[in-house]
Design a protein around this ligand. Sequence first.
Ligand code: FES
Ligand code: FE
Length: 458
Amino acid sequence: NTERKLADGSTISDLIDLERREVQLRTLADREIYEIEQDKIFGKTWLLLGHESEIPDDGNFIQRFMGDDSVIVARHKGEVFVSLNVCPHRGMKITTQDAGSTSIHKCIYHGWAFRSNGEFLGSPVADQCMHGKIRGKDELGLQQARVTLYGGLIFATWNIDGPSFEDFLGDAKWYYDMLFCRSDGGMVVAGPPQRFVVRANWKAAGEQSAADGFHTLMLHRWLGEVGNYKKDDGESGDLTPEMFGAEVSSPHGHALRCIDLNRKIRRLTGKDPEELSVEEKLRVLPPPGMTADAFTQLKKNLSPEQLEAMAWMPPQVGGMFPNVLFGFVYIPQADGSVVGSMTLHAYVPKGPDKLEFINWIFVEKDTPPELREKMVMQTIQLFGTSGMVEQDDSDTWPHMTLTAKGPQGRHSTMKYQAIYETGKPEGWPGPGIVNEGFTKDDTQWHWWKYWHALMTAE
Ligand code: FES
Ligand code: FE
């Protein structure tokens, strides 16, 4: 075994028992593992940095992080560039602002200046200083990440010659397209993202995002006891039926939970959903941010199979490896209607026991103002900083990170034996590794297997 040794003589492969499907808890708190992740995970995969509607005009920029590296995400001549926020002169951070607009980024230390695309522009006393004498001007620009835009979402990677973003998504793209690429106008952010720090390892949040629906019935149990989901069911407040659906796993650690809408459609129409056409269902219960008349857009942008899945069991919660969660959910309201919510989170590592939770709230560009307001209110209530649901989650992750530090606790394991491999629901129109039924460990175990594959790759 040529695998690199950790300080205690063990290897990454010792942390994960592929036969028993267990992961050592210390994986969630160890500084050495964190350092390796910076290189093997955050240095290699595609990372979500934001949405192009955050920087609509030339010169607009935001500061974001790719692992521990700060980057400037800026628009230049219409295109989006991601530059390492490190001055090539002596390593000063170039921008310290979270967001802004400028055509020239000037380092406050000695004044080297760069364009929004990272190109070196010049320095004070340039002739005596650098270019032309020591090195060519074109060698002094800011290091560039490889960038791709997908549904307006900005992804970047340092893996310049690595897999394309499409290959990285694989079969999961069919499902993500249903969320991010379904409308003519596209999604837009409903303001700058919420950001807050949670004292937890990024993987506690990351692996949960790989479609752990199981915790909903326990940790978020109040949803069915005091919330509108109780009304959704008629009377019982039993959330269990809400958990059924098709679960999509990915060899690249992505995961989607496609949750059955039939109960909602039955309540809204008083009819058996089997008797309704795909179009009728999508007009009664359009995707979040869309209205009944948006069906023509859906039909234009999605395949008949995608429409069928959208009307039956659309992707509602899940994640994109390594650190993204999406929630495109249909939330029952007190008056019996349904309001959608569209959020994306990134759990940005800030050391082995700290993460920054970034919460973007989206609407469709064409979402009518009244619906837009309802969606934003709904999302703020349930998700992010003030969100009732995610206050539950951000309470568990720090405790897991703390137990992972205990001299005994660190040798405990996280267990993923509930693998069912039930196969696709009958008639399921979508591709990929799909398993029918109630939530289980399949998707999360795929997440850990990919983590292991990357961490042990040459
Ligand atoms: Fe930036 Fe010197 S460190 S100009
Ligand atoms: Fe949760």
